[in-house]
Each structure stands twice: as C-alpha cells, then as structure tokens.
Ligand binder design. Structure first.
Ligand SMILES: NC(=O)C1=CN([C@@H]2O[C@H](COP(=O)(O)OP(=O)(O)OC[C@H]3O[C@@H](n4cnc5c(N)ncnc54)[C@H](O)[C@@H]3O)[C@@H](O)[C@H]2O)C=CC1
Ligand SMILES: NCC(=O)COP(=O)(O)O
Length: 362
C-alpha cells in the first residue's frame, strides 16, 4: 500500500517557509509529500542556501516521480505562480493572493481526496490584511472553507499540550467570546479529537485555565469563572468528560499539574502559547482540531529576519510532518477500534465530531 500523501504549503514567500522546505529537502524527497508553492522560488532559495535539490512539477493526475539517486532526489511541487518576484525578508502585498491560493489548493486537494492532510509553513497575517483580505490565520481560513464553526488550536510538545478557547482575537474581545456554547464545543472537540488523534483511544485528562487572575479569586477578581466557565465544566464532567474546574492560569502550568493533564486549555492565545513556546520553542507542533481533515503546522512565524539565510531551525516543521503522519495512523487505529467495538456508548465521544454549536444560551 502506498503511504498517504500530504501537501505542505510553503508559506509566506518572503519568510523562512521556503528555506525550511529546502533545508529538509532530503527528508522531504524520501517522504510522500507534495510541496505547494512557486517552483522557481524554491529553486532560487535552494541556490541561495547552497542545497543541491531537484524539484519537479506535480499535477493531480501524475504519480509522484521517484528518483533513485538518493543524494539528488526530486521533490514534487504543486506549482502556484508568484504574482511578483520575492526579496527574502521583504513582504509584498502583491503576493498575498499567492499565499491564499496555496491554502485553497491544499484544502480543495484534501477534499478531492488527493492528500491525507495539510502541513503549513508560516504565513504573515498582516500582509494578507494589508492586501485587503480580512484574514486572521490558517486555523480560521481552513475552518471557513470547510464550514466548521469552532476550530480548535492545540500546540503540542513532547511534555505539554496547550489548546485555546479563542484564537486570533483582540484581547478586549476575549471575555465576551467565551460563551457557554463556544467553551462546551471547544472542550468536546478536544476530548473527541484528542482521544482519536493523540492518545490512541484513552480518554483525556483536561485542565482548564480560568480567564481572570487566580481564576477570579471567588468572584473578587472577575466573575466569568462563576457565571460561564465552571457551570460548563461541571456539566461536561456530568457527561463523562474528564475536565477540571477553572484553575489559576499562573499555577496550572506548574510541573505537577502539567504531568497531571493530557491537555491544558487556555482561554486566549497568549495565556497558553507564551507558556508552551517558552517551554519548547522549535519543538512544538500547531494542530487544528475539529476539522474534517488533518492539519498541522509549525510553532513559529515567518521570521523575516532569517529568510534566505539558511539560519532557521527546521525542527518544528519536521515535527509537524511527523505529527501529521502519526495522526493518520492514530485515526486509522481509531476507526478499526470503533468498527470492532460497537459497544462504545459514550455519546460525548462519538465520531465524526458534531461541530455544530449546541443550542445553548450565550
Ligand atoms: N503558523 C503560522 O503561520 C504562524 C505565523 N505567524 C506570523 O509570523 C509573523 C511574524 O511573527 P513573530 O511574532 O515575529 O514571530 P516569529 O516566530 O516569526 O519570530 C519570533 C522570533 O523567533 C525567531 N524564529 C522564528 N522561527 C524560527 C526558526 N524556525 N528558527 C530560528 N529562529 C526562529 C525569529 O527570528 C524571531 O527572532 C506574524 O505575521 C505572525 O502572524 C506566527 C506564528 C505562527
Ligand atoms: N500563534 C499561532 C499562530 O499564529 C498560527 O496560527 P494559524 O495560522 O495556524 O492559524
């Protein structure tokens, strides 16, 4: 059986995405991965980095070309043309639609069944917005394309996994975005997809951060824990989800709690991501849960300061590729388990996940 193919979008062309793909050339050439991006850009970046690698055009009807010489294997590229030439490190909003075209190609390729999942190199959200397109991230883009109302961002390192209730929102909008429906849906997706993709069928232990300092200090420092968060957590526990009450975000990441939970859920982007990035920057994978496809990414951004220099660390991309493959394997095992074991009765852990928000009062 041939291994499933993945599509790897090469990211913002002025950033380190193309560099990382070139740096991992040998690994990619040995893998069933199709790069998505401008083939001439990749060739130029390979020359700039002094990497001897061959790229070949991939089209949907073509079997991936295998080259026997291991020191100079070809990497298949689904070619999307740049709008304008690139200077590494210099953003140009004329190439914003090129970036979006790669993402669209990746998601439609998955929908066609050409790919088992998407791996993404970093993009620059600001330059896409500057080009006049309202854009906040891959997570939201793929969710919209796939009509998923509640995607969940989870960053995973070897010893810590952090998921978010809200993703790319201005801080002033966070509190009102944490509705019972959103919180419940997020936690259900973490429980379901986590069990399916990450823990091989074992129910997850989930720790949840409060929103306010000291989880609201019994209502003296904010009351969202009392009015919104803890009631949802109690009702999820009653339905069999192993989830904590809201815990102070400054202590939940202490080592004894980290080892107690499979996933720690933060209420907003920097509450969780600052911790995991300081814990293992370059070693984490960004996973989007709740989608009908597998999508992983790097834990870092476009690093314009390093683009074209060959100085970027490709480890997170390497981990993202390995994670995508592992998720496919785990999903296959999950499917086999569910086929042979029809006695699973916990409706809250059913698959496919019910991504429709519950009809709960916000
Ligand atoms: N998956 C994605 O598409 C992501 C995209 N971004 C975007 O990236 C842009 C730049 O964001 P920043 O906050 O500057 O973060 P950044 O991660 O690009 O850079 C932060 C610092 O880390 C360094 N760095 C980043 N990746 C590195 C690597 N692989 N090896 C060695 N050093 C590395 C950079 O040189 C810089 O000093 C923003 O537009 C942001 O939205 C940020 C995070 C993820
Ligand atoms: N900080 C994580 C990040 O910005 C990546 O977001 P996305 O592009 O994967 O949605």
């Amino acid at each position: 059986m041939t291994e499933p193919a993945f599509i790897l979008t090469t990211g913002e062309p002025a950033g380190i995405g193309p560099d990382l793909c070139v740096q991992l050339a040998l690994e990619l050439a040995n893998d069933n991965i199709v790069l998505c991006g401008d083939i001439d850009l990749l060739r130029e970046r390979a020359v700039a980095l002094g990497v001897d690698v061959e790229f070949c055009l991939f089209d949907d009807s073509q079997q991936r070309r295998k080259v026997s010489n291991k020191t100079n294997q070809a990497i298949a590229v689904k070619h999307i043309a740049l709008a304008t030439p690139v200077v590494p490190g210099q953003l140009d909003c004329r190439n914003a639609h090129y970036v979006l075209a790669m993402l669209t190609e990746a998601v439609t390729g998955c929908q066609r069944g050409d790919y088992a999942g998407i791996i993404t190199a970093p993009i620059h959200k600001g330059i896409i917005c500057d080009a006049g397109v309202a854009f906040s991230g891959h997570t939201e883009f793929f969710a919209e394309k796939l009509q998923v109302p509640c995607p969940v961002m989870l960053l995973a390192s070897a010893n810590l996994k952090v998921a978010l209730v809200t993703t790319h929102l201005p801080l002033r909008d966070v509190a009102s975005a944490i509705t019972p429906a959103r919180l419940r849906q997020t936690l259900k997706i973490i429980a379901e997809d986590g069990q399916r993709y990450l823990t091989n069928g074992r129910a997850l232990s989930i720790g949840v951060c409060g929103l306010n300092p000291h989880a609201g200090e019994s209502g003296h420092l904010g009351n969202e824990e009392i009015t919104v968060i803890n009631p949802v957590l109690a009702s999820l526990r009653a339905s069999g989800v192993n989830v904590s009450d809201a815990m102070p975000a400054d202590t939940i990441f202490a080592p004894h709690h980290v080892s107690q939970f499979d996933v720690i859920v933060a209420m907003y982007h920097d509450q969780g991501l600052a911790v995991i990035k300081s814990h293992d920057f370059g070693g984490c994978v960004n996973i989007t849960l709740g989608l009908p496809i597998i999508r992983t990414s790097v834990d870092h951004g476009t690093a314009l300061d390093l683009a074209g220099a060959g100085k970027a660390n490709p480890n997170s991309l390497r981990c993202a590729i390995a994670m995508a493959k592992q998720m496919v394997t785990n999903a296959q095992k999950d499917k086999a388990r569910n086929t042979t074991d029809n006695t699973t009765t916990n409706a809250s852990l059913s698959y496919p996940p019910d991504n429709q928000p519950t009809k709960e009062k916000d």
